[in-house]
Design a protein around this ligand. Structure first.
Ligand code: PMP
Ligand code: GLN
Length: 384
């Protein structure tokens, strides 16, 4: 294995999901729903396989119907004008992130990202041979220090990677916060890569603000999202990236030689789902807000402090009131102690300082059936 990939031989999701299977624990570690997406989406995909024969290579950058549906979705929800020709369909958001960074960055380039960060960011930056510069989102409110943010930028900054709503903290970055990021991107002529996979999972009075919707940023932003999250089909791995032609050329070129293309029968089904009525989208948010409250109440009753998320389907919990001050240690013990699996948050922190700040915390996913969440809450109550 090449030197730069040696820190990335496994992932926390692989490890904790394996532990959950071995111990029979309820897996609230890796984030995936336990019910499938909308019935019409599933039926459409099935018909694409068995009736319409869409089983050979699809068109390179994505089937036209899906690229048109992504553009229409961006117009419908955010008023963004996207040319379907500037949408590239990818094998999940994960490939979009990797292809984008590989296409834009190389040795000597720097990528600014907040931490904790979804684990593929550091790996993709390493694959590109670029250097990661991180800025901590600090608990309990997951804000950032403006000087720390400004200090992370330099004349080598090529990309600033922004994830909102944010995994693993559940933070939804505000318009004001995102504007400050955008100003630095402009000042340093950096490309904004916006990972917005949780765009439809935002609660209470929080609102998702796409980076591309901020004044002056559309021209320098690549926006990434995924059907896996919005339509509860994480295993389909249908994602996309869009942006101005000169920028989207980067992931499009790289993607050709990573996978070329994929998901032929799935892509038109996702196009269909993106056009579902508002009821689908408001129902998704309402369901997840209820699940968040259900699991949060269970965690509090079990003795955790809960850092209430404003978005995503993750909740960060502080186990110190229960006498645990090391989330890594706790995540490995939790399945044996009470039959529930969670992931430690500090493993998403590339820098030692942030890892220390997040050391106690664990993250639970609440994209599960209510009865599963109630069962998990009952098991967690046994920790006391
Ligand atoms: N970005 C973030 C922030 C995520 O949480 C995930 C899902 N784990 C991804 C990207 C990857 O999405 P996909 O499953 O579509 O590759
Ligand atoms: N996005 C999901 C999570 O953060 C799953 C990640 C994965 O399996 N790579 O839990």
């Amino acid at each position: 294995l090449v030197e730069r990939m040696r820190p990335f031989t496994s992932t926390i999701f692989t490890e904790i999901s394996r532990l959950a299977v071995e111990t029979g624990a309820i897996n609230l570690g890796q984030g995936f729903p336990d019910t499938d997406g909308p019935a019409s989406l599933l039926a459409d995909a099935a018909a694409n396989i068995t009736e319409r024969g869409l089983n050979q290579y699809p068109s390179g950058p994505g089937v036209p119907a899906l690229r048109e549906a992504v553009a229409a979705h961006q117009q419908r929800w955010y008023g963004l004008d996207v040319d379907p020709a500037d949408v590239v369909v990818t094998t999940g958001a994960t490939e979009a992130i990797a292809a984008t960074l590989l296409g834009l960055c190389g040795p000597g380039d720097e990528v600014v990202a907040f931490e904790p960060a979804y684990d593929s960011y550091a790996a993709a930056v390493a694959l590109a041979g670029a250097t990661l510069r991180t800025v901590p989102l600090l608990p309990p409110d997951f804000g950032f220090d403006d000087d720390a943010l400004a200090g992370a930028f330099s004349d080598r900054t090529r990309v600033v990677l922004v994830n909102t709503p944010h995994n693993p903290t559940g933070a939804v970055l505000t318009r004001d916060q995102l504007t400050r990021v955008g100003e630095l991107a402009v000042a340093h002529d950096a490309v904004v890569v916006a990972d917005e996979v949780y765009e439809h999972m935002v609660f209470d009075d929080a609102r998702h603000v796409p980076m591309a919707s901020l004044p002056g940023l559309a021209d320098r932003t690549l926006t990434i999202s995924s059907a896996g999250k919005t339509f509860s089909v994480t295993g389909w791995k249908v994602g996309w990236v869009h942006g101005p032609p000169e920028l989207v050329a980067a992931p499009r070129a790289v993607k050709q030689f990573l996978t070329f293309h994929g998901g032929a029968p799935l892509q038109p089904a996702v196009a269909h789902a993106l056009a579902l009525g508002d009821d689908f989208y408001t129902g998704l948010t309402a369901d997840l807000a209820r699940k968040r409250d259900l699991l949060s109440a269970g965690l509090r009753a079990a003795g955790f402090d809960v850092l209430t998320p404003r978005g995503t389907y993750f909740v960060v919990a502080d186990p110190r009131p229960l006498g645990f001050d090391d989330g890594v240690d706790l995540a490995w013990k939790l399945p044996g102690l009470c039959g529930v699996a969670a992931v430690p948050v500090s493993v998403f922190c590339p820098s030692p300082d942030a890892a220390r700040a997040y050391r106690p915390f664990v993250r639970f996913a609440f994209c599960k059936r209510d009865d599963v969440l109630e069962n998990a809450a009952g098991r967690l109550a046994g920790l006391r």
